[in-house]
Design a protein around this ligand. Structure first.
Ligand code: C2E
Ligand code: MG
Ligand code: MG
Ligand code: MG
Length: 277
């Protein structure tokens, strides 16, 4: 009996694996066409200044409007795009779209906000990142003071090269943010040596803030550390009033999370959050 069941499980497992491989293969075929078919969209999540309640930034987050599967979140295709090298092109589209959209809003007379884009490992290490950035800044005519890039611990992999790229981004006038802070390794090292403007406290510390004393201690320490190094702190994944109050009480600068809003398409952001100058 047990043996039969075991065998049965084995077969099912294999069939599932095969299905998964087929799904991934088909997804990859579709992904290759997604750019030219204009199937990617950017959603934007508000970043709110804790003292004033004013909208100061928007994080651009990619989604894939798949013709039959519907709206696919980045968690389902970014890794695939990284594996097959499509990520650089997709990432360039993101930068272009985010800057163009922000400029459109500014030209329409909205109070200016900063737009943040996430850079993938490959994109960050691509040799032409800086020239691409220059080209986009020039073509869209966006003030670089309203552009921020979010990077993670991968920049530690090519230490000297990374510093060089970050310095060049700073020279262009672009802001730099460390995403998911506290989850990677050697984070303190790059706080010291890399030209960083913002630290984003990872959602995993914020979500347990009220029930786990250790998370509270870590969050407080990150805020103090960041401020002493003259960097601003953004808390990600703020979902409750209690979390927000804690963050405000401990001088965290900016909050982002479902408590304020989920990421929304551009037209909704414009209607709900942007205000005329
Ligand atoms: P991330 O950069 O850390 O972005 C924050 C993620 O947390 C977003 O998920 C956002 O929707 C989600 N989030 C924000 N507030 C809350 C909250 O209060 N509660 C919960 N449970 N979640 C919250 P999303 O949009 O699915 O993006 C996931 C990740 O995919 C991003 O993490 C980022 O690493 C990556 N990603 C998104 N867009 C791009 C892109 O254009 N290029 C690259 N390379 N990566 C991207
Ligand atoms: Mg991010
Ligand atoms: Mg993040
Ligand atoms: Mg994250």
């Amino acid at each position: 009996q047990a043996k039969a069941q075991g065998k049965n499980c084995y077969v099912v497992h294999n069939a599932e694996l095969l299905n998964e491989m087929m799904d991934e293969y088909m997804l990859e075929v579709d992904l290759r066409k997604a750019l030219e078919n204009k199937e990617f969209v950017l959603y934007y999540q508000p970043q709110i200044h804790n003292n004033t309640g004013v909208l100061v930034g928007l994080e651009a987050l990619i989604r894939w409007q798949h013709p039959t599967l519907g709206l696919i979140p980045p968690g389902k295709f970014i890794k695939l795009a990284e594996e097959n090298g499509l990520i650089t092109q997709i990432g360039e589209w993101v930068i272009d779209e985010a800057c163009s959209q922000n400029k459109k809003w500014q030209d329409a007379g909205m109070m200016p906000v900063k737009i943040s884009v996430n850079l993938s490992t490959q994109q960050f290490l691509t040799r032409n990142l800086i020239s691409f950035m220059e080209e986009v800044l020039e073509r869209t005519a966006i003030d670089p003071a309203y552009v921020v890039v979010e990077i993670t611990e991968y920049m530690a992999m090519e230490y000297d090269y990374s510093i060089q790229v970050l310095e060049q981004l700073k020279t262009l006038g672009i802001g730099i943010s460390i995403d998911d802070f506290g989850t990677g390794y050697s984070s303190l090292n790059y706080l010291k040596n890399f030209p960083i403007d913002y630290i984003k406290i990872d959602r995993s510390f914020v979500s347990e803030l009220m029930n786990n004393e250790k998370d509270a201690i870590i969050v407080k320490a990150i805020i103090t550390l960041a401020h002493n190094l003259h960097k601003e702190v953004i808390a990600e994944g703020v979902e409750t009033k209690d979390q927000l109050d804690f963050l405000k009480n401990h001088q965290c600068d900016i909050s982002q999370g479902y408590f304020f809003s989920k990421p929304l398409p551009a037209d909704k952001i414009e209607k709900i959050y942007l205000v005329q100058r």
